[in-house]
Design a protein around this ligand. Structure first.
Ligand code: SF4
Ligand code: MG
Length: 324
C-alpha cells in the first residue's frame, strides 16, 4: 500500500480577538492541536466528532485552503506548505473537495454544464469541444441526464445538486476527494443513494476519500478506517470493525451509545455524556475529556494520554490511560 497523505503533529491555532480594544491577548483557539495520521491510496478514512472538534478545520488544512500553525501535511511525499506555484496547481487538480451544503455551493446564475466545465476551464483542460463532451460524460457518470446540462441548479433536487458537486469534483480526474459532511443536509433516503454513488466512483476511479462526519451511522458503512476527534485531537483511530466492535476510548463509546439503531450496547451499558464540549480556547489540562468522562481518575486531570496502539490490535490506537 502507498501512503498518499501523511499528517504529522498538525496544529492550527487561531488568535482570539480581545474584546478590549487596547488589550493584547495571547489566547488562541486550538482548533486542531497535534494530530498525526496517514491515509493509504484507495481507502476511505472517516473523521468523526461533534461540531467544534476541529474536523472542518482539518478538512481545510488537507485541502490547503489554510496552512498549519505547526506540523505538516505531505501529499505523495511533498509537504503542502513548501509547494511552489506549479506544485500547488497540480495539487489542486489531484485533491478535490465536496462540501456539506449542495444548495449554497453552486452559483445559481450559472447553468449546470458551465458549473461542471468551470474546473476544466480554470485548468485549461482541452478545447471547447473536448470540454463539452467531458461535461456530458461527467453528468452520466454521476447518474444525471446529460441533456440537462442547460438547466439551472434550482431545477434540481438536493440529492441531484450534490451529484452536480461530485461531477465538478471529478472533472479533473482527482486522486483524493475530501468530503466534508457531504450528505448531512440530505434526507436519509437520499443519503444512501449519494453514498452508493461515491462508493461506485471510488471503485471505478481508484479514488481515496477522507470523509468528515458527525454521524457514526453514516460513517459505519462507508469507511475502511475511522478517526474519532475530540477538542482538536484524535482520541481513537482504527478499522471500522475495531471502532464499532471494540471501542476503547470512553468518548467513542459515548458516540456509539448515541447511535439510535443497532447500537452495539445494551440499554444498561449505554454511556450518556453530561455537560457541553469545553472551549477550545482553554482546553482542560490532562485528558481533555476528563470533565465529561465517567471513568476519570486523578491521573486524567494532570497527565495527557497519548495515542497508543492497543496490544494485539495492530493499527487500533486510543488516547486513554485506561484503554487496555
Ligand atoms: Fe476518561 Fe481518563 Fe481515559 Fe480521559 S484518560 S478518557 S478521563 S479514563
Ligand atoms: Mg463543521
Amino acid at each position: 500500500v502507498e501512503t498518499i497523505i501523511e499528517v504529522r503533529e498538525l496544529k492550527k491555532h487561531y488568535p482570539v480577538k480581545s474584546s478590549f480594544p487596547f488589550k493584547r491577548t495571547r489566547q488562541s483557539v486550538k482548533a486542531v492541536d497535534g494530530v498525526t495520521f496517514q491515509v493509504q491510496r484507495g481507502e476511505t478514512l472517516g473523521i468523526v466528532g461533534e461540531s467544534g472538534c476541529g474536523k472542518s478545520t482539518l478538512a481545510r488544512l488537507l485541502n490547503r485552503l489554510i496552512l498549519p500553525t505547526e506540523g505538516e501535511i505531505k501529499f505523495k511525499g511533498e509537504a503542502l506548505a513548501a509547494m511552489d506555484k506549479e506544485a500547488i496547481r497540480s495539487f489542486r487538480k489531484s485533491v478535490q473537495m465536496v462540501f456539506q451544503n449542495p444548495y449554497a455551493s453552486l452559483n445559481p446564475r450559472r447553468k449546470v454544464g458551465q458549473l461542471i466545465e468551470e474546473p476544466l476551464v480554470i485548468h485549461k483542460a482541452g478545447d471547447k469541444e473536448f470540454r463539452k463532451k467531458r461535461v456530458r460524460e461527467l453528468l452520466e457518470i454521476v447518474g444525471l441526464n446529460p441533456r440537462h446540462a442547460g438547466r439551472y441548479p434550482h431545477e434540481f433536487s438536493g440529492g441531484q445538486r450534490q451529484r452536480i458537486n461530485i461531477a465538478r469534483a471529478l472533472a479533473l480526474q482527482p486522486e483524493v476527494i475530501i468530503c466534508d459532511e457531504p450528505v448531512s443536509a440530505l434526507d436519509v433516503s437520499i443519503q444512501a443513494q449519494v453514498l452508493n454513488l461515491l462508493k461506485e466512483l471510488q471503485a471505478t476511479f481508484g479514488l481515496t476519500y477522507v470523509f468528515i462526519s458527525h454521524d457514526l451511522n453514516v460513517v459505519r458503512y462507508f469507511c475502511d478506517r475511522i478517526a474519532v476527534m475530540y477538542l482538536g485531537k484524535i482520541v481513537e483511530i482504527g478499522s471500522w470493525e475495531e471502532i464499532y466492535n471494540n471501542p476503547r476510548h470512553p468518548y467513542t463509546k459515548a458516540l456509539l451509545s448515541a447511535v439510535p439503531k443497532e447500537s452495539p450496547f445494551t440499554q444498561k451499558e449505554r454511556l450518556i455524556l453530561s455537560g457541553d464540549v469545553p472551549s477550545p480556547v482553554n482546553p482542560p489540562k490532562g485528558c481533555r475529556f476528563h470533565q465529561r468522562c465517567p471513568f476519570a481518575k486523578e491521573i486524567c486531570k494532570t497527565t495527557v494520554p497519548h495515542l497508543k496502539e492497543i496490544k494485539n490490535h495492530a493499527g487500533h490506537k486510543a488516547a486513554c490511560h485506561f484503554a487496555e
